[in-house]
Design a protein around this ligand. Structure first.
Ligand code: F6R
Length: 608
């Protein structure tokens, strides 16, 4: 959840670190800091404000000289956001500085051990123990110290380390937290993700668990956990700096919503050939797909919501049971999964700690794990038996949008692929779904052309302090995501309900003026949702509904209607979510919220 960046090279390090931190700020924004070595002296600068204030205080790094340094943006876990708890952390002698992403689970034992040896702690963080351990193990060979300290650590970490005794060398090590090395012309970089360094280089090395990277201005060497040198492949990142910038939009979230048609085109088009769904290089054999008896989907947050959409679609066209489980529950509930099952893991970042742990649990029980991931080279992608990438490009806004719809697209494709092999539904339906899927991006373009209508509706409703989203079947699955989007960025309380459940308790919360967003694209159940709308309007609720173009009936029941281009109902989630994403965006905008960096949240949840 925290972001780390490091540089060693010809240029002054601090402007590079500060720029990298700004690009990583979406990973955490409680505090930030940099440490740079100049003429053998360590200089540390920190802020408990946003990175911008660190940039201002250091005159964009001008006051922090030196060609080697590390930086960090924090999402607090151990200790409040404070100057003392902000990274970088120093060893007791002030010679070693470290930044850390992850959680050191045995930090209390280590802390007690170090205190008994006379070490004084200045922060409440788990991280500080690592700086002191490094000093303890440093006997003139820093690689040795990193190796020995890492062996004492339990939990997850990506660490970048500098030492005034080795002022030309930057060390980095990882275990269960993302870490990449960037190889540039004027120096070399470490980062917790590509966004931190893409401005400088596209040549990256993905560090694996237990590995150590040693960087100088001339190159990088890699070692396994025992200190043996290893060779690592260099990958070329296939997106450019523009993809990680706002490009004229006020917020990344709006930019990423506007990118959805293109992200969907890139995700879908290459996988449809001659009217059939095709996946390159799957280890999952066609025979195995034909014989799948059960699918288990596990993920967190919005990714979990795409799994619920998939359950409705898969069960309809595959006629096998599909279970969807929150990864944080799955991993700790002794799940019944075995080699007969296909487990689908969904994650935009590919680094979500609970999702990664669920993946490992499923693999340990013998299931074939297919993951749907956006970030290439991420931990989940690496640990899976098969990966189908969503080609959404970098997603910077904390609230996912194009991540969600491209996950849906891959799920749709996989459902169609499996139904074709299993011959579990009519060929005519398969052909229709494939042809409809190819039109998805154009339909979403059309919705986006009408985004001012959503802006208008959000003005009408932005003073509401509580909103209900209701729907049935796939509409219910979408309502979960619409509600999450609204609450996470606008801080308006909202709940999503399967509309048939309302009268089993929740309807007591409906009072005059309450906004109910009724989703009505799954038309097979329209009559049912009309009844539910009548139940809430009878109690004074105002209803904003979604409906497909041509649905005149809905006008009798809803106060406001947002019409959507027609698509096959099994695919309706991908179009129906667009107005809900926009609605959340404009509601948050009207309230003056920090849309891209909502309070208490961070992108890429690498702690459980
Ligand atoms: C909500 C949101 C989160 C993520 C969740 C899983 O807008 O973005 O709920 O969906 O944290 O993240 P990934 O997909 O990276 O595993």
């Amino acid at each position: 959840m925290c972001g780390i960046v490091g540089f060693v090279g010809e240029s002054q390090a601090s402007p590079i670190l500060l720029d990298g931190l700004e690009r990583l700020e979406y990973r955490g924004y409680d505090s930030a800091g940099i440490a740079v070595i100049n003429d053998g002296v360590m200089q540390v600068e920190k802020t408990v404000e946003r990175i911008k204030s660190l940039i201002d205080e250091t005159q964009n790094g001008a006051t922090v000289k030196g060609n080697i340094g590390i930086g960090h943006t924090r999402w607090a876990t151990h200790g409040a956001p404070s100057h003392a708890n902000a990274h970088p952390h120093l060893s007791g002698n002030g010679k070693i500085a470290i930044v850390h992403n992850g959680i050191i689970e045995n930090y209390l034992d280590l802390k007690n051990e170090l205190i008994a040896e006379g070490v004084k702690f200045v922060s409440e963080t788990d991280t500080e123990v690592v700086a002191h351990l490094l000093q303890k193990y440093y006997k003139g060979d820093m690689l040795d110290a990193v190796k020995n300290a890492a062996k004492r650590l339990e939990g997850s970490y990506a660490l970048a380390i500098i030492n005034t005794d080795t002022p030309d060398t930057l060390y980095a090590v990882r275990h269960f937290s993302p870490l990449i090395v960037g190889l540039g012309k004027d120096g070399n970089y470490v980062g917790s993700d590509v966004a931190a360094i893409i401005k400088h280089t596209k040549d990256v090395v993905y560090i694996d668990d237990g590995e150590i990277a040693v960087l100088t201005k001339d190159g990088a060497k890699f070692y396994d956990g025992d200190g043996n040198q290893i060779e690592k492949p260099v990958s070329v990142v296939d997106w450019s700096i523009n993809a990680a910038e706002k490009g004229g939009y006020d917020h990344f979230m709006l930019k990423e919503i506007m990118e959805e048609p293109e992200a969907l085109r890139k995700t879908i088009e290459p996988r449809i050939k001659n009217g059939e769904v095709y996946f390159e290089g799957l280890k999952l054999t066609k025979e195995k797909v034909k014989n799948i008896k059960r699918i288990v989907i596990t993920a967190c947050g919005s990714a979990y919501h795409t799994g619920i959409v998939a359950k409705y679609m898969f069960e309809e066209i595959l006629r096998i049971p599909v279970e969807v489980d929150l990864a944080s529950e799955f991993r700790y509930r002794n799940p019944i999964v075995n080699s007969e099952d296909l487990v689908i893991i969904i994650s935009q970042s590919g680094e979500t700690a609970d999702t990664l742990a669920a993946l490992k649990e499923a693999k340990a029980r013998g299931a074939h794990v297919l993951s749907i991931v956006n970030v290439v080279g991420s931990s989940i992608a690496k640990a899976s038996d098969d990966v189908i990438y969503t080609w959404a490009g970098p997603e910077i806004a904390v609230a996912t949008t194009k991540g969600y719809t491209t996950q849906l697209a891959v799920l749709y494709l996989f459902g169609i692929y499996a139904a074709t092999l299993k011959e579990s539904c009519d060929k005519a339906l398969i052909d229709e779904l494939i042809s409809e899927l190819s039109t998805l991006n154009k339909k979403i373009e059309k919705i986006l052309e009408n985004k001012e209508e959503i802006a208008r509706l959000s003005k009408k409703f932005c003073t509401d302090d509580s909103v209900f989203f209701i729907g049935r079947n796939i509409d219910f699955a979408v309502s979960l995501e619409g509600s999450l989007k609204l609450k996470e960025i606008s801080y308006i309380h909202s709940e999503a309900y399967a509309s048939g459940e309302l009268k089993h308790g929740t309807i007591s919360l409906i009072e005059p003026g309450r906004l109910v967003v009724a989703l009505n694209c799954y038309e097979a159940l329209s009559e049912k949702i009309y009844s539910n709308i009548k139940e809430v309007t009878a109690r004074g609720a105002q209803v904003m509904a979604t409906a497909f173009e041509g649905n005149e009936e809905i006008k009798k029941y809803a106060d406001e209607i947002f019409y959507l281009p027609r698509i096959h109902p099994l695919l309706c989630a991908a179009v129906e979510i667009i107005p809900l994403q926009l609605f959340a965006y404009y509601m948050a905008l009207n309230k003056g919220c920090d849309i891209d960096k909502p309070r208490n949240l961070a992108k890429s949840v690498t702690v459980e």
